[in-house]
Design a protein around this ligand. Structure first.
Ligand code: AMP
Length: 393
């Protein structure tokens, strides 16, 4: 079965086609800057280990044009479509075959993810028109976190804010956490149900997850992807009183503060840069704020590891993934320094080795294995799409 995975953002469309029998990607690409005067279209095909890439600057007026361009570029057959949907709220505990009720429920969750769910829904509707009769499945970022217990997902606010306004922790990056957890279990030759893992998805967005015997018990992101550890441009956890203080003392509107917290905070807020490669370069040149940004980031990651070790009681593995998790030995070394009390000991030489394959970086005396496992959210979405369709036959 060939599954097309679609991830529609407000100004982008990412896609990947998988041959699920052989578990390989056949094609993939991204349409960027949809709606701007100059868009960028990148398409890749993969064949026997070779990659063929085409990139064009082209006006992509809207999502419909982007979808049509994608459909013209994909020459292989498409049997089913899996959609990434960011916010499933409490309505969806697992991936779901799309029908009218599912679309309505996604729309009902729009207030919880105003930047993400509406374009996700546009992608679903366009794909239904473009590929009539092909089964479509929604895989939600929030699915994996629906097992988080009430004591962990509730905020200590008046209870009716939860019942009336659905204010609670939902968590995000669920497909990534699930993918690397399963992959790590397979690499360790164990069942996921035997293992307690802390998975660290550290990219431009960051989230950390405590997984006990395959069940997610807690995660660092919250009702929105703004919570948790500081990120490239997002603040992460804050004293909630800061929001009101900024409104009272700076004259900024709620919208402007929101913009600061999402786009001008985190690493960028501290040192002006959000890409850790640039930050390390600056730091090497003696820039104090660049150095401070890295120290803060690593410190916050360390705190979550300690907290989740306490939640899990026993940790059988730490798993680093995504751009920073997979590639940044400096952040990993700082976050994991002096953690032998938790049985966590990094091997600094192994930590410095770059590889696109999963590998371990712990020392021989480390009680806790430390893994680097590249994530593959698209493959996880394709896998869940197949599972849903098999179960619905
Ligand atoms: P992602 O959101 O997973 O694509 O991660 C993007 C982020 O990963 C970038 O903003 C960088 O901060 C970081 N990153 C990517 N490649 C490297 C690298 N080779 N070394 C350090 N950080 C990297």
């Amino acid at each position: 079965m060939n599954v097309l995975v679609i991830n529609t953002g407000s100004s982008s469309l990412k896609y990947q086609l998988f041959d699920m029998e052989n578990q390989i990607a056949l094609a993939g690409g991204v349409m960027e800057r949809i709606g701007e005067s100059q868009g960028i279209m990148t398409h890749k095909t993969f064949s026997q280990g070779d990659e063929h890439k085409t990139k064009k600057t082209i006006t992509i007026e809207d999502h419909q044009k982007a979808m049509h361009l994608m459909a013209e570029l994909i020459t292989q057959k498409i049997d089913a479509i899996g959609h990434r949907v960011v916010q499933g709220g409490e309505a969806f505990k697992s991936a779901t075959r799309i029908n009218e009720n599912v679309k309505n429920a996604i729309q009902e969750n729009n207030p919880l993810a105003p930047l993400h769910n509406p374009p996700n829904l546009i992608g679903i509707r366009l794909a239904e028109d473009l590929f009539p009769g092909k089964p479509q499945v929604a895989v939600f970022d929030t699915n994996f976190h629906q097992t988080i217990p009430e004591k962990a997902y509730l905020y200590a606010l008046p209870y009716e804010y939860y019942t009336k306004h659905k204010i609670r922790k939902y968590g995000f990056h669920g497909t990534s956490h699930k993918y690397v957890a399963k992959k790590t279990a397979a690499l360790m030759g164990k069942n996921l149900e035997e293992l307690n893992l802390i998975t660290l998805h550290l990219g431009n967005g960051c989230s950390i997850c405590a997984i006990k015997q395959g069940i997610c018990l807690d995660t660092s992101m919250g009702m929105t992807p703004l919570a948790g550890v500081m990120m490239g441009t997002r603040s992460g956890d804050l004293d909630p009183a800061i929001f009101g203080f900024l409104m009272d003392n700076t004259g900024m509107s709620q919208k402007q503060i929101d913009e600061v917290l999402n786009k001008k905070s985190g690493l960028k807020g501290i040192c002006g840069l959000n890409d850790l490669r640039d930050i390390h370069d600056r730091s090497a040149q003696g820039d104090k704020l660049a150095k401070l940004a890295v120290e803060m980031f690593a410190y916050q990651i360390k705190k979550y590891i300690g907290a989740y070790a306490a939640v899990l009681g026993r940790v059988d593995g730490l798993v680093f993934t995504a751009g920073v998790g997979e590639n940044d030995e400096i952040v990993r070394a700082k976050a994991l320094a002096d953690m032998s009390v938790f049985g966590i000991e990094l091997d600094l030489a192994k930590n410095d080795v770059r590889s696109s394959e999963p590998h371990t970086i712990h020392g021989t005396n480390s009680r806790v294995p430390i893994w680097i496992v590249p994530t593959n959210e698209e493959l996880q979405i394709a896998t869940e799409t197949c599972q849903v369709l098999k179960n619905s036959i």
